[in-house]
Design a protein around this ligand. Structure first.
Ligand code: SF4
Length: 201
């Protein structure tokens, strides 16, 4: 069926506003099951905790609903009181609940040794120690104290740089301003110059 984007939006809007069935509007789309599901779904009850979406630097407001009896999160919605997002969340933020409650989420450290064909479960402390040891070994083996740099006249001169090009730090969207600040302090103190924080701003 050929339909322009403008017509689709116009028909969708009128159908959603007034009627449960958009089929009659020429879309061939029956939204009755979605309406029925929405009407049957109970409003999640519990203690409401204001929070911030962890996914990106926009920082949209969220309300996390926690079941008092179990202490477990039962819902995450947009916070209408947020001056940043006024109750809205993008699709990623709207799916935050699945970040917390998801049977597919990995909760244990998995390690696969070089040359191995299988993963082993390891304690978190073991993984943190290994990262620190490899970080230090890589830094020690590739640390530049002095470097020849151009002087602008076609010659070079020796400069004290105290850095390493063998390590790079790639951040994640969940890193907030404070975390990024501390992280870049740590990385620069170690001589790491390749830093990317992945903030989508
Ligand atoms: S990921 Fe989406 S909902 Fe979350 S802060 Fe960014 S824009 Fe807002």
């Amino acid at each position: 069926m050929g339909i322009s984007r403008r017509k689709f939006l116009k028909l969708s809007g009128s159908a959603l506003a007034g009627a449960a069935v958009a089929d009659a509007a020429g879309l061939g789309l029956n939204v009755s099951p979605a309406y029925a599901h929405g009407a049957a779904a109970g409003i999640k009850q519990g203690r409401q905790v204001p929070s911030i979406c962890p996914y990106c630097a926009v920082g949209c407001g969220q309300i996390v609903t926690v079941d008092e009896a179990s202490g477990k999160i039962v819902d995450i919605q947009g916070n209408y009181d947020s001056p940043i997002s006024a109750g809205t969340l993008c699709p990623k933020g709207a799916a935050s609940y699945q970040l917390v409650v998801n049977p597919l989420r990995e909760t244990k450290v998995k390690y696969r040794a070089a040359g191995s064909d299988h993963w082993e479960e390891k304690p978190l402390d073991w993984a943190m120690d290994r990262i620190a040891q490899l970080f230090k070994a890589t830094r020690d083996a590739n640390f530049n104290e002095l470097q020849q740099v151009p002087d602008g006249t076609g010659n070079t001169f020796t400069r004290r740089v105290m850095n390493t090009y063998a390590i790079a730090s790639l951040g994640g969207a969940t890193m907030d301003n404070e975390w990024n600040y501390i992280h870049q302090k740590l990385m620069h103190a170690c001589g790491v110059v390749f830093l990317e924080n992945q903030a989508r701003i």
